[in-house]
Structures are given as structure tokens and as C-alpha cells.
Design a protein around this ligand. Sequence first.
Ligand SMILES: Nc1nc2c(ncn2[C@@H]2O[C@H](COP(=O)(O)OP(=O)(O)OP(=O)(O)O)[C@@H](O)[C@H]2O)c(=O)[nH]1
Ligand SMILES: [Mg+2]
Length: 391
Amino acid sequence: MRHGLIPTVEDYLGRRARVYGGERAVLADVIPPGSDGAERLAELASLATTAGVHVLATSLQHRPRPHPGTYVGRGKAEEIRDQARDLGADTVILGSEVSPAQARNLEETTGLKVVDRSQLILDIFAQRAGTKEAALAVELAQLEYLLPRLRGWGQALTNPGAGIGTSGPGETRLEQGRRAIRRRIQSIRSALRKVSQDRIVQQARRRRVGPPEIAIVGYTNSGKSTLFNRLTGCNALVEDKLFATLDTRVRRIALSGRDALLADTVGFIRDLPHQLIPAFQATLGAVGDAAALLLVLDGTDPAVDEHLRVVREVVAAIVGPDSAPPPVLHVLNKLDLVVTPEQEARLAALQAETVPCVALSARTGRNMSTLEAALASLVVSRTSPAAPSVP
Ligand SMILES: Nc1nc2c(ncn2[C@@H]2O[C@H](COP(=O)(O)OP(=O)(O)OP(=O)(O)O)[C@@H](O)[C@H]2O)c(=O)[nH]1
Ligand SMILES: [Mg+2]
């Protein structure tokens, strides 16, 4: 046990408790007949790569719904087992969250470490959390995800040395382990309350006395940090990976001669594991009170409509039902990649759906001045109603 007497989930689940990076994996997804799973699989592959996993093969099964026992059907599970043996894979990564029983059964059928999409996302966040608050919030989410799975997977352990979760005395140790993990959850919760209170006080003060704040929000990898760097002349981490940015960062900028604060935030994704939503709220508190939101979309992504839906949903959840959301300026980014007539037509359709919007390239800087003007008028009109309107 790593932390003295406190057992970790690894003590109970072994290496299946986490995605560590370096796994050799087959990806498997189940989708309804007639639908095209290519985009889902591509996103799952970028999540896996972001976590440091080697993706060796992908496997798509069309079924009206996932198999209740093993997620993919029995035959498919055996096919994956054989494929994994041929390729030297040790892990199968599933395109949806599965029940503890499904994970256990699939593990028994294939002999592979089974990881679902929720666990993959949680582990990416854990690998990337940079501040103490983010690390605590993510550890909490991981423990809440793993706690109900201890028994299910513990029973499937084939290594007799692990000896956890078998009947008899093992059951008692499992119970002890659960209690210890619940205590850890309690202590993280109270540590988080303290850290977040400090932050809330600071943020409230900044908002009372400080310049208006603009928050950049959007799907992961849409180009938020690139745009943030353009607008601030800063060097925030830009990466062609999902969730490059985990903590909100804030910088001062000038908008038509007035000060404003610009916040870069963590990216969103569909079907975010629900345990992570409080962690998002910790870093996204600024979104609800912002003077304006810059909603960034990758205008070239075939799944952009889905991204827009997800981002609007998450923003609505953060703002809550009782407050009015901040005004939104949409940014259709990566204009430099729009070259074919089909791409142009899609961008035009998207422009009609996202009023007001500016199509630009954060990478090349094209149309940045249009954005700054649009943003200035949005923020200035909202924050200083008494000021004379400046042309
Ligand atoms: N071609 C092109 N690529 C861009 C543009 N803006 C961003 N990118 C690329 O898109 C990728 C993601 O950019 P980021 O700025 O890290 O995206 P993000 O939205 O901050 O991503 P997360 O922090 O992971 O949510 C990087 O490889 C960028 O270089 C653009 O205008 N044109
Ligand atoms: Mg970023």
C-alpha cells in the first residue's frame, strides 16, 4: 500500500484501476444499425492517444443496444480476444460507460483489462491536473467512479495473491477497503471546500472591483487556447490533444481602450462522466458570471453540430435555471482549413445557426480584428450602459 495504512483503489483492482499510459489497446464500440460510428471511434481514438495508449485496432458492432452481459455480443467478445492475442494487445477500451458487471464479464471472456470511456476521461484528467484544486477534484471523481466497482472487479481477479473480493475473509477486507476509501472521499471533500472558498472570495472581489470578464468556452480541441494566445499575446499550452487545458487561466486584455479579463477554460466533451461535473464547476465558476462568452467551434469538424449542442448544454448546466446566461459571441475557427466548396457550404449553414458569429483563423490571425470589434461592442454595451456610445 502506497500511503502507509490507507489502501488505494490499486490495492483492490490492481492495474485495472487506472489507465497509466503505455497500454496496447483494441477499441470497441456498439452503435445502432444504420448509424455511422466513424466519428465516435475517431474521438475515442484521440482520447486513448491523449492518455498515452497505443491504439492497435478498432472494432465496431451494430446492435440495437449494447449486450446487457458483456456490452459487445459474445461472438464479438471472442473475436476481440483473438484479435488482441494476434496483435499483442492487453486492454480493450469501450466507447460508452458500462456497468461493473459488464466490465467483469467482458474481462473474463477476453482476458483483457477492460476500460470504458468514462474511466478513460477520468484518467486523462488525473494525468493532466495541474493545480491542487484540480488534482483533488479529479481524484474525488475517480474514487466515486471506482467505489461501486470494487466488488465487481475484485471478484474477477485471477491473481490469487491479490485475494480481495473473494468470499469469506476477503469480503471483510473488501469492506475495510471500502470504508478507507470513503474516508479518503470525505477528507478530499473537506480539503476542496477550503480551497474553493478561498478562490470564490478572490473571484467575487475581482468581479466587484475589476474589469468585465470574458470566458472562452467550447468543445475540446476547437482552438480555445490558440485564440486566447492570439488575444492576449500569451503562451498558453496549445496541443493537438484533448483536454490540453485543465485549469482556467485569466489574463488582462484591452478592448477598444478598455480593460477586460479573458479566461481560457477546459474543453467540453459529450457524455462527460457525471462524477466530473463538480470538478468542471470548480474551474468553470467564471462562466456563469462572465460579461460575455466566446463560444469557439472548430468550423471544419464534421461533428460540429453535435459539439455546439454539447457546449450549449454544459453552459446551461453551469449557469443554472435561475440566472440569465451571458451574451454569446460564436467563433467559427480554423477558417484556414476551409477550402472545398462543401466545407464552405457547411460553414455558411453554421453561420446562419450561430448568430452573432465571426469566422476566423486563430492560427493565422485572419479576421481577428473583426472579432475584437464585435467583442468590444458586446462587452462595452453590457457593462457600461451609462457611457456615451463610442463609434
Ligand atoms: N489549422 C488550424 N489549426 C488550429 C487553429 N486554431 C487551433 N488550431 C489547432 O487545433 C489544435 C487544438 O488547439 P488548442 O488551442 O489547444 O485547442 P483547445 O480548444 O484549447 O483544446 P483543449 O484545451 O484541449 O480543450 C492545435 O493543434 C492547434 O494548433 C486554426 O485557426 N487553424
Ligand atoms: Mg486549451
